[in-house]
Design a binder for this molecule. Structure first.
Ligand code: PLP
Length: 412
């Protein structure tokens, strides 16, 4: 019995150059060598037989991908297939999958930071990430500054000798403000600071942050990557040494491992990532235009629109406008109730990036009270993007004419 190294399932063929949309499908023909099966194998086994002496008892400090498969919290073949595909799509050397997007963010924070370190976090980002950074990390002796990362001078000013990491999100949830990833990375690296970017709203179809100098890309796979609203998952993608550190420190000890079943579902979702994103972005263009012309809509923000405040950056950094739109109306709470009652195609619900369109109100007063707690200039900045609240619309794959009619019905 020879069980010494892990096969690398699902890595794109290296002998034939393939474009990203083809790499999203495992980079071409890779049938199972034993059965000839075309679809990826779902390997449910939690443990694997191994040759005594092939591995020690501790994961600490090791690159677990150099070991045979032993136990699924360390590595699993189906999860590895997904990790290989994600690394290929983002142009990274390696990837670590986690049970959720928040687990991926936690893996980065707890894997890279220790007491005495300083983290710079985007002053607006996914609420769970912001709360983890600003409420939980200080309990572990890590200091945190919330900074407007779209202002590179503010970034420069925020960096201290003990700063280890800058965590960004572009476009950021919920206001769709962008961060100049190349500019941010240059400033960070000049100070010896790492950069992680949550690219959940962009996906590698639209932006590949590693190409802009970023060190780690994070995804909530729950959103556009799986795209079907039926599996939670997360991932961090980057260089081999950084990912090995995250796998052995956070993957193993935080224990939020992605299940093989969800990895398999997400692999199937990623098969159609490119056509889904293209349709979602094309539908979003139609809806952004419709909303901008509607008399009850006071403001629309879509990164693909000519009037997005960071148009030049969007053209530099984004291949498509994205599937997320925000819009504002004069009386958002009354409109939220009307939408929940009247919408027939779009779902009034949380989450985003699914095949079905989803809309939800994010009231400024509530998210400020619960999460961002901004004051003064920061609050003013938030209000210039979000007013009293934004409807966050995640555009799905329905016929755009039905989506327009649904919104027209709900807006009244
Ligand atoms: C940008 C972003 N990152 C991370 C997350 C967290 O993802 P999960 O729910 O998979 O933990 C979300 C969830 O909405 C998100 O929008």
């Amino acid at each position: 019995m020879e069980l010494t190294s892990q096969p690398l399932p699902g890595v794109a063929h290296e002998d034939v150059p393939m474009r990203p949309a083809t790499r999203a499908l495992d980079g071409g023909l890779r049938p199972d060598p034993v059965t000839g099966a075309i679809a990826p194998n779902l390997v449910a086994s939690v443990n694997n037989v191994f040759v005594p002496g092939a591995a020690g008892f501790s994961a600490e400090g090791a690159d677990l991908t150099d070991l045979p498969y032993l136990y699924a919290r360390w590595t699993n073949p189906t999860v590895r297939a997904l990790e290989a595909r994600l690394a290929s799509l983002e142009g990274g050397e390696e990837a670590l999958c986690t049970a959720t997007g928040v687990a991926a963010i936690a893996a980065v924070f707890f894997g890279l930071l220790k007491a005495g370190d300083h983290l710079v976090v985007s002053e607006v980002c996914y609420a769970g990430a912001f709360e983890l950074a600003t409420r939980i990390l200080p309990d572990f002796g890590i200091s945190v500054s919330a900074v407007d990362l779209s202002d590179l001078e503010a970034v420069r000013a925020a960096i201290r000798p003990e700063t280890r990491l800058i965590h960004a999100e572009s476009p950021c949830n919920p206001i769709l403000r962008l961060t100049d990833l190349r500019g941010l990375s240059e400033i960070a690296h000049a100070a010896g600071v790492l950069v992680s970017v949550d690219s959940t709203l962009a996906t590698p179809v639209i932006t590949r942050p590693l190409e802009h100098g970023v060190d780690l890309v994070i995804h909530s796979l729950t959103k556009f990557m799986n795209g079907h609203g039926d599996a939670l998952g997360g991932a961090v993608i980057g260089g081999k040494a950084l990912i090995a550190r995250l796998r052995s420190r956070s993957g193993v000890y935080l224990g939020a491992t992605l299940s093989a079943q969800n990895a398999w579902a997400i692999l199937r979702g990623i098969d159609t990532l490119f056509p889904r994103l293209r349709t979602s972005c094309a539908n979003a263009a139609v809806l952004a235009g419709f909303l901008a012309s509607h008399p009850k809509v006071t403001k629309v923000t879509w990164p693909g629109a000519e009037d997005h405040p960071q148009r030049a950056l969007a053209l530099r950094q984004m291949d498509l406008g994205g599937g997320m739109i925000t819009f504002q109306v004069a009386e958002p709470h009354a409109m939220a109730r009307a939408m929940a009652e009247r919408l027939r195609v779009i779902h009034y619900a949380f989450s985003l990036g699914h095949q079905r369109s989803i809309c939800v109100l994010i009231p400024t007063a509530e998210i400020q009270a619960s999460t961002f707690r901004m004051e003064g200039a920061a609050l003013e900045r938030y209000r210039t993007w979000a007013g009293e609240g934004v409807f966050r619309l995640s555009v799905g794959l329905e016929d755009p004419a039905d989506l327009v009619e649904d919104l027209a019905r709900a807006l009244g």
